[in-house]
Design a protein around this ligand. Structure first.
Ligand SMILES: CCCCCCCCCCCC/C=C/CC(=O)SCCNC(=O)CCNC(=O)[C@H](O)C(C)(C)COP(=O)(O)OP(=O)(O)OC[C@H]1O[C@@H](n2cnc3c(N)ncnc32)[C@H](O)[C@@H]1OP(=O)(O)O
Length: 282
């Protein structure tokens, strides 16, 4: 599982040298620069990259294939310069089919596990808002560069959802136990500056180009380092969290289903959706 010597010949499925490989309707597009071995993975589900079952399936598949392709690093970003990812697709939770709802939560667990557990270095280039599941994607990466004037945070409790233990753990690891407890419970959304102050993101950038330079700078810090030592250290730090999540995953799915099927939650969701539409029409 650990990284071997970079071999561009193993990148066949992915486009190399910065030309998009995927068709225009692909939910995730991947470009690999064969000089550096860095992949740029772009979420491409208009309008707001909300995490449907299909988008999460594509993310997991992409990360698995990159793991096999022997890349040297990955930048995760959005097609939109306004929204990085709007979190779980709310429509997946409105009067859902139970089997699909279980599959949605299972796939969110998989998404977290595969992104959190990559052997190669990962940077989230947060070029837009990142509430809830959007913040989750960013937290899974090793390093976060955020453009100015957006919001990020785990606002689940504001929506009537509990933050699952594995996601709480990633937040704790990033901003510390005390702050994670306060802000998971409150469902705080941070603007870019406050996110930097609290350590939720590592750097700010004025715009996309600068953010990409900073992301690549982070990846370049590993150029001279043994990939084996790097990834072994990362995985030794993270594997226990993934194993813990996997041990409790069935109960976690059932808690989510119970949470979503609660009539108060369903009523709240209808009001919330309407509020999003009203905000838009103002
Ligand atoms: C002990 C432990 C117990 C554990 C128990 C388990 C319980 C479960 C826990 C679950 C926790 C973790 C899970 C995460 C849940 C989520 O991720 S829920 C989703 C949260 N997301 C949001 O609240 C974001 C809502 N959206 C916005 O705030 C804004 O849309 C935006 C800031 C992202 C973007 O704003 P703007 O650019 O102005 O676009 P809009 O006009 O608002 O939106 C365009 C369009 O998209 C629709 N939309 C927005 N977000 C979503 C979404 N998340 N899902 C689906 N659709 C979305 C929006 O309604 C607009 O649609 P129309 O054009 O009006 O049709």
């Amino acid at each position: 599982m650990l990284r071997k010597i970079f071999n561009p010949a193993r990148l066949s499925r992915f486009q190399r040298t910065m030309v998009t490989v995927s068709s225009s309707d692909a939910l995730v597009s991947t470009e690999v620069d064969d000089k550096t071995g860095y992949a740029t993975v772009t979420l491409n589900r208009a309008p707001v990259n909300s995490l449907s079952l299909e988008l999460m399936t594509e993310i997991v598949k992409t990360v698995d294939e990159l793991e096999r392709s022997n890349i040297r690093g990955m930048v995760l970003t959005s097609f939109s310069n306004k929204v990085f990812c709007a979190g779980l697709d709310i429509m997946e939770m409105v009067n859902p089919d139970l089997d699909r709802l279980r599959a949605v939560w299972t796939r969110l667990q998989d998404t977290w596990a595969s992104l959190y557990g990559t052997s190669f270095p990962t940077v989230a280039l947060i070029n837009g808002h990142a509430p809830a599941g959007g913040c989750l994607l960013a937290l899974c990466c090793e390093y976060r560069v955020m453009c100015n004037n957006f919001n990020i945070g785990l606002n689940e409790t504001q929506l009537g959802l509990a933050v699952p233990p594995w996601l709480q753990g990633t937040m704790r690891q990033t901003i510390g136990t005390r702050e994670a407890e306060i802000h998971c419970i409150k469902g705080t959304m941070f603007n870019s500056q406050d996110a930097l102050k609290i350590g939720l993101v590592d750097e700010l950038a004025a715009e996309n180009g600068e953010a990409m330079q900073r992301a690549l700078h982070y990846l370049n810090t590993f150029k001279q380092m043994s990939p084996y030592a790097r990834s072994a250290t990362k995985l030794l730090m993270r594997n226990k969290d993934i194993e813990d999540m996997k041990r409790g995953r069935k109960e976690d799915v059932e808690r989510f289903v119970e949470n979503v099927m609660n009539s108060d939650f369903q009523n709240g969701l209808t009001v919330y959706l309407q509020s999003l539409k009203n905000r838009k029409n103002k």
